[in-house]
Design a protein around this ligand. Structure first.
Ligand SMILES: C[S@@+](CC[C@H](N)C(=O)[O-])C[C@H]1O[C@@H](n2cnc3c(N)ncnc32)[C@H](O)[C@@H]1O
Length: 390
């Protein structure tokens, strides 16, 4: 504003002098210099204000874990990895592609999730798409940054898997990951060092994952074994909509009488109601003779409306559903709860806190009529209740 005023006055005076003298006198040159210097000082100080504001924003962002921490990896792909991802983009349906989208979330939230393989498994396209969303969120001062749900959900499952294995009190356990997608826990969780891991997904998803991990690590068999933290890893190609997936797991070495953690992360809502219920019933009915922990996330009804083509199964009260199927010790958390926060939701007015403070029966927000989309994180025990009491 002020520099504009200087400039305008200067221009008027200069025109006046030129019109009167028709030549540049010493006073004219002096005047131009003064106006220019004044303009320079003012514009420099205003520049320094904006860079100060900018660094304040960067500092604030660093505090709440936003953009400066989100790094789009430099091109780290070999020709093989590019080819595999090109096939994923062209040949896979959105159900299978969801595996790479989730990996992109973990790759870009790497400042809180240590998953070095995630950026290879995600692929450039999904990484860039999510990065653009994050950038927009940061510029718009959004209360929640894209991908935060994946970050919180991953950390919640990590923590709960570790707690479950600790509660088993030693001894080798099994961890079964249904709809494993690009999950790399076998490579990144030290608590799995004595556990046998079973990953279940469609054959092409598991093949792609194996190919990418091999290409990304490019190591000998011996080194590959060292890269893996888990005691063993079995990839089991199966369709959870079919009746034979448990049989396939058993053929691959799963023992139903051994302590087992079942990990159902980002999978149930991709199944139809009857398929999802069947999966839960099969787990409940086959885990009566050993310690079993079920970890699963559930969407409520409103959340499934976000993608009518992909999301089907929902439960508004999974904490009531699981006991009705035979699970006990059910614990329910929502994103933003003390155990599902991980310091990633700083703004007290964030969407998740707003939802947590509303009765769960509400389907729309009373203030603005927006749908109450909730993601529930559930931990349950597979032991029958009377066995727990003994
Ligand atoms: C959103 S991804 C989640 C992957 C992984 N659990 C994670 O959190 O990163 C969903 C995964 O479920 C798999 N999936 C969906 N329907 C399935 C089915 N009927 N049988 C086996 N896997 C399925 C998809 O292929 C995909 O890998």
């Amino acid at each position: 504003m002020i520099e504009q005023l200087f400039w305008d006055i200067g221009c008027v005076w200069l025109s006046f002098l030129i019109l009167n003298n028709n030549s540049f006198s010493f006073s004219t040159v002096l005047f131009i210099s003064v106006v220019y210097i004044a303009w320079l000082i003012l514009s420099t100080s205003s520049l320094s204000i904006s860079s100060h504001q900018k660094s304040a924003i960067i500092m604030a962002n660093q505090e709440n874990g936003s953009l400066p921490n989100f790094i789009l990896p430099d091109s780290l792909y070999t020709e093989t990895i590019r080819e595999v991802h090109s096939a994923v983009e062209h040949d896979w349906d959105s159900l299978r592609q969801s595996a790479c989208q989730t990996a992109a979330g973990r790759a870009l939230w790497k400042h809180v999730i240590h998953d070095p393989l995630a950026e290879f498994l995600a692929g450039e396209t999904y990484l860039k798409k999510l990065y653009e969303k994050i950038k927009k969120d940061v510029l718009n001062n959004a209360r929640e940054i894209s991908g935060v749900i994946i970050a919180v959900r991953t950390l919640w499952f990590d923590k709960r898997i570790e707690a479950a294995l600790t509660s088993f009190d030693g001894g080798g356990a099994q961890v079964v990951i249904l709809g494993a997608g690009m999950d790399t826990r076998a490579y990144r969780l030290s608590c799995l060092k004595d556990s046998n891991i079973f990953e279940v997904d469609f054959p092409e998803v598991l093949q792609m994952k194996t190919a990418i991990i091999e290409a990304a690590t490019e190591t000998t068999d011996e080194q590959k074994h060292q890269l893996m933290i888990a005691k063993s890893l079995n990839r089991v190609a199966a369709d959870l909509r079919e009746k034979d997936w448990l049989e396939k797991l058993q053929e691959s070495g799963l023992k139903l009488n051994k302590k087992t953690v079942w990990v159902l992360e980002g999978i149930l809502y991709y199944l139809s109601h009857s398929n999802a219920m069947d999966v839960l019933k099969i787990i409940a009915n086959n885990c009566t003779s050993a310690h079993t922990v079920l970890l699963a996330d559930f969407m409520n009804k409103q959340s499934t409306t976000m993608s009518s083509s992909n999301f089907h199964f929902y439960s508004d009260y999974p904490d009531q559903l699981l006991p009705s199927l035979g699970f006990s010790d059910v614990e329910l958390s929502q994103i933003g709860d003390p155990d599902a926060h991980f310091g990633l939701l700083h703004d007290p007015l964030n969407l998740f806190n707003k939802l947590r403070n509303l009765p769960r029966s509400l389907q729309t927000h009373p203030d603005d009529g927006t749908p109450c989309c909730r993601l529930y994180l559930l931990k349950a025990s597979g032991e029958p209740p009377n066995q727990t009491m003994l």
